[in-house]
Write a protein that binds this ligand. Structure first.
Ligand SMILES: O=C(O)CCC(=O)C(=O)O
Ligand SMILES: [Fe+2]
Length: 287
């Protein structure tokens, strides 16, 4: 048998075994059918980790002045954003290795996937402002390829309700393989509100259309977003994070931060020992 196909068979078996073990088979079906899925809290993380991440994001936001002039002063429809929480608290390092997020994202992006973004959202009352419908396929022109290139893992650190300005998704929009037009960006009636309890994890491949409802309450909505991508996509964040963070975590952590890539070489050339593995992705999308 062709060696790439043999590799794919093996990778698929491994990935499905992990997904089955974590009880996430139904989530795979939802990703295929609707273009997103929500993993319930009991399959995501202990509630103490959810609380720790929430409290730390609120602390960073407060230190950054998010609350100084009242929560209604957040950007219309969007949230106060914490950039690169990954390096701002050990709890976020733990979330980078979250088994459910890794299992479903690797299925969509291949096990070579890397971290593309790390964000915290603190969303206060936002009046009547929706956040416009868009895809997360940043810098990617239409038409999109029929496979995922970026996956947004949204950890809901507080309850997500319609009144509190939850994210909204256009179910099935992953099949369009394009960005919404200017008119479609404002077609909020298409949005399905994603209401779920704190601790839930939304897996949202970048090609799926989404926006957000206004927060009509005085309750703050807090979110941790980790996005992963295939290795050829330019990361939004600087993956060159402090070495001590890399060293105190398992090997997968370093790999997610791009430490195994052969790209970005200088006059010494790429690490040829990794060349075969890296180019296998062209023939085995799960690798
Ligand atoms: O829930 C929101 O505020 C929208 C977030 C969003 O668009 C994203 O995480 O890509
Ligand atoms: Fe988005």
């Amino acid at each position: 048998m062709d060696f790439a196909l043999a590799g794919m068979k093996e990778d698929l078996a491994k990935q499905l075994a992990t997904i089955r073990e974590l009880g996430l088979m139904e989530n795979l079906a939802e990703l295929a059918a609707q273009g997103y899925t929500v993993v319930p809290p009991e399959k995501v993380a202990p509630s103490s980790d959810i609380a720790a991440a929430r409290d730390r994001l609120l602390e960073i936001a407060r230190d950054g002045g998010a609350f100084e002039s009242g929560e209604s002063n957040f950007r219309p429809g969007f949230s106060y954003t914490v950039w690169l929480p990954l390096v701002q608290g050990n709890i976020f390092e733990k979330f980078l290795l979250n088994p459910a997020a890794l299992a479903l994202s690797s299925y969509l992006l291949g096990s070579s996937m890397v971290l593309n973004n790390s964000l915290g959202f603190v969303k206060g009352r936002s009046g009547d402002s929706f956040y416009r419908i868009h895809t997360d396929s940043l810098m990617i022109p239409d038409p999109f390829p029929p496979y995922a290139q970026i996956v947004n893992c949204t950890f809901m650190l507080t309850d997500y309700t319609l009144e509190r300005g939850c994210i909204g998704i256009v179910p099935g929009s992953h099949r369009y393989l394009r960005h919404p037009t200017a008119d479609e960006e404002k077609a909020y009636e298409l949005l399905e509100p994603i209401e779920a309890p704190a601790g839930s994890l939304l897996i949202l491949p970048a090609y799926t259309w989404h926006g957000a409802f206004p927060n009509l309450t005085d309750d703050t909505r807090v979110t941790l977003v980790q996005a992963f991508s295939r290795i050829h996509i330019t990361p939004s964040i600087d993956r060159n994070i402090p070495q001590d963070i890399i060293e105190r975590n398992p090997d997968r952590f370093a790999k997610l931060l791009g430490r195994d890539l052969i790209t970005g070489f200088g006059t010494e050339g790429p690490q040829m020992s990794r060349y075969e593995d890296m180019y296998m992705i062209e023939r085995n999308p799960l690798s």
